[in-house]
Design a protein around this ligand. Structure first.
Ligand SMILES: C[S@@+](CC[C@H](N)C(=O)[O-])C[C@H]1O[C@@H](n2cnc3c(N)ncnc32)[C@H](O)[C@@H]1O
Length: 271
């Protein structure tokens, strides 16, 4: 049987709390204009599926002051942290233990369904997207960040990061039954379903648009959370993975260095 949560250990690691914080600080400022495009009712019902520590959930509640936001995840420690951090938004913002494969909401419940940084890390992304579409109301919107590890570019130094990014995610994905290049495949998944206005946009996390320390904090968290599993699943040892990550971090911190992570945002409207 396929493990439906193959990154459970990494998601529960303390490094993930840092990672989600840094990712949100890097990404959200460019994401807001994309979210504002959606024609939502005055009191939108929003689902944040796979909410983690609630970084996007509270930002959505703040962005839409009359919205009700349901944020779900299967990791109780993240849900507890989110509930304690963002109690000020209750009861408009609720955190609940639910799986993205089997949501408890009735069909056509939400005006906006958000799913960020989740679908590449679990198997059967298409099944999860079908479940998200089930709970979206006709005319409502799906807003996804399906990561793609072929969209990160760093400068070469003693090591060539292209070797790492070319090989490690493919092997990691094969070992975990996931698609770590999901970004480029999401359009096709949506096009095969009942969606219209399908768009692919990109948030550019680079050393010009995002503070170097914020970008570096993301890669530091990946180093701390994922080097061991990379050592297990790929031809790179744990130490070698850490060496590559450390070089990428130095690249980002170098005032003359340039690095970029292109973060795909897929959105669509349910017919
Ligand atoms: C990288 S975090 C993203 C958190 C959040 N969406 C954000 O943007 O900050 C991925 C989350 O997906 C959750 N997850 C994994 N499988 C899930 C499932 N079947 N149902 C709900 N959440 C799931 C993990 O527990 C983890 O908290």
């Amino acid at each position: 049987m396929t493990d439906l949560n193959p990154q459970a250990k990494q998601m529960a690691d303390e490094s993930m709390v840092r990672n989600l914080d840094a990712q949100a600080r890097a990404i959200w400022p460019q994401e807001v204009p994309l979210i504002r495009r959606y024609a939502l009712p005055a009191e939108p019902r929003i689902l944040d599926a796979g909410c983690g520590t609630g970084e996007a959930s509270w930002r959505l509640a703040e962005l839409f002051p009359r919205a009700s936001v349901l944020a779900v995840d299967i990791l109780d420690q993240s849900l507890d942290l989110a509930r304690s951090r963002y109690a000020r938004f209750a009861p408009r913002l609720r955190f609940d233990h639910q799986s993205i494969y089997e949501l408890r909401a009735a069909d056509h419940t939400f005006d906006l369904v958000v799913c960020r940084h989740v679908l590449h890390s679990i198997p059967h992304a298409d099944r999860a997207i079908a479940e998200l579409s089930r709970v979206t109301r006709p005319g409502g919107y799906l807003h996804l960040i399906p990561e793609d590890y072929g969209m990160l570019h760093f400068q070469r130094a003693a090591l060539d990061p292209r070797d790492f990014w070319h090989d490690a995610p493919a092997k990691f994905a094969a070992a975990t039954g996931t698609d770590l290049f999901l970004g480029r495949h999401t359009f096709g998944i949506l096009a095969a379903m009942h969606f219209e206005e399908i768009k692919m946009d990109y948030i550019i996390v680079d050393t010009l648009r995002v503070p170097r320390e914020t970008f570096a904090a993301i890669i530091e968290a990946w180093r701390d959370g994922y080097s061991e599993a990379i050592g297990q699943f790929t031809r790179f040892s744990r130490q070698s993975a850490a060496d590559y990550f450390n070089q990428m971090i130095a690249n980002i911190r170098d005032p003359r260095g340039y690095a970029v992570w292109m973060v795909p945002v897929a959105s669509a409207r349910l017919r």
